[in-house]
Design a protein around this ligand. Structure first.
Ligand SMILES: [Zn+2]
Length: 427
């Protein structure tokens, strides 16, 4: 657990740990039969939830499977207006092979900082709301063949962490291309705020983790699922095998290279956001409707969910090459995403090109037994690909969509946009 968090802060937060006296198998049985689960929170509050549909199940995240199940409060105080009665809830289960810092620790820290100052409060609209969190007791889970068959792919991963949280809507619930653009731009801002302030890096940007909150008639992009996140301080310390996190189709291409040794950087998440947008605008003819048989002869995006790391690495390298003939593969509904995708791809191309030149210059110098004194090499920052990939650049590209201004919530982004206006006025 993180050491820089003051205990006073944590104590004021309404987040609870639940004491669930069930094994994994018992829980699966309740889910399977749509029964009710009773438990008590750490603070003694008696809870009960009734299971509904399984609404999501994924296995393509490295080292993890996720299951999301609709739940409804079924406690004894529901009639007297309990605090969960009106809430739209889901239970989310993660099957991990090892214990990680809990998502709850990260979210507690984010909430605490967001509530410290009115200028930060906007970010709360873009973060998930967790009501309780638990670990499952793994006793008494002798295999039961029918259940094992049904949940085969997640059964082996014995560490189970769960949360009961606010239900959010998927990207596919949106209606217009501009709404999609706003949600992606929201996620860009929220992700960067969390990186700058609580100093946490998400590390798993994928379509499934970009959700929508409808509140007072407005839609907000929410960056969900902070399970694979890391404190900035810890990014350098983690063992090499744990650098690789994310969901394959949207992982930064460097992370899929054999020789990659980390660390995970801020810009890797931006590259992931780029692939999420590419795939989404290719695979859907509008948000709620998947293209029936999508085919791309060259990049085969339609198979990115099945490809292994090596194949994805080479496809992504082809996109990121400076002389690549790449064009955004958007469907007509998403045509205005072309400008964004071209511009972002351009920034990455120049960045990787510069990275290549710097690496080559360094190697040449090393071969001659000296250290390169070239200014470009000395001042080169790999975490920004030499300044080509920064939050500022992304804000400058994404704050408008189809000639229309989107909502900018983050003060830092506003500053960049204001200084840009001054620059263009003085031209
Ligand atoms: Zn209730």
């Amino acid at each position: 657990m993180k050491n820089n968090k003051s205990p006073e802060k944590a104590a004021t937060l309404p987040l609870h740990t639940a004491d669930i006296q069930h094994s994994l198998i018992q829980l699966f049985e309740l889910i399977h039969r749509s029964h009710t689960l009773s438990f008590s929170n750490e603070d003694g509050v008696e809870r009960a939830v009734h299971f509904g549909r399984v609404i999501f199940r994924s296995h393509n995240t490295i080292g993890r499977g996720t299951m999301v199940i609709e739940v409804q409060c079924a406690c004894r105080s529901c009639g007297n207006g309990c605090d969960w009665k009106e809430k739209n809830l889901v239970m989310k289960l993660r099957f991990t092979s090892k214990t990680r810092a809990s998502e709850l620790n990260f979210l507690e820290e984010m909430e605490a900082i967001a509530k410290e100052h009115s200028m930060h409060r906007w970010v709360l609209n873009h973060l998930p709301k967790i009501y309780c969190s638990f670990y499952l007791h793994l006793r008494d889970d002798s295999p039961q063949p029918n259940l094992e068959r049904q949940f085969r792919d997640v059964y082996e991963m014995r560490v189970v962490r769960g949360t009961i949280q606010e239900r959010l809507e998927p990207l596919t619930s949106l209606e217009t291309a501009k709404e999609c653009a706003q949600v992606f731009y929201d996620v860009l801002q929220c992700h960067h705020w969390v990186w700058q302030h609580p100093k946490i890096l998400h590390r798993d940007i994928s379509q499934g983790n970009i959700m929508v909150r409808v509140k007072d008639g407005r839609k907000y992009g929410v960056l969900n699922d902070w399970d694979l996140a890391s404190w900035a301080d810890d990014l350098q310390k983690v063992a090499t095998s744990r650098y690789r996190t994310g969901t394959r189709p949207s992982m930064a291409h460097e992370q899929q290279a054999h020789r990659w040794e980390g660390p995970h950087q801020y810009r890797h998440d931006l590259e992931a956001l780029f692939y999420v947008m590419v795939l989404f605008t290719f695979l859907y003819s509008k948000p709620g409707k998947a293209v029936s048989k999508p085919v791309d002869e060259q990049f085969h995006y339609e198979k990115w969910h099945q490809f292994d790391d090596g194949t994805l690495y080479s496809k992504k390298c082809m996109i990121m090459a400076l002389n690549s003939p790449w064009e955004p593969p958007v469907t007509s509904f998403f045509i205005h995403f072309s400008d964004w995708l071209y511009d972002i791809k351009g920034c990455f191309c120049w960045g990787f090109n510069e990275q290549g030149i710097v690496m080559q210059t360094k190697r040449d110098a090393e071969q001659r037994g000296i250290q390169s004194r070239t200014q470009n090499v000395l001042s080169y920052k790999d975490d920004e690909l030499g300044g080509h990939i920064t939050y500022k650049k992304m804000v400058q590209i994404m704050h408008r969509f189809n000639e229309q201004e989107l909502h900018t919530y983050d003060g830092e982004a506003e500053q960049y946009l204001e200084s840009q206006e001054i620059d263009s006025e003085s031209d």
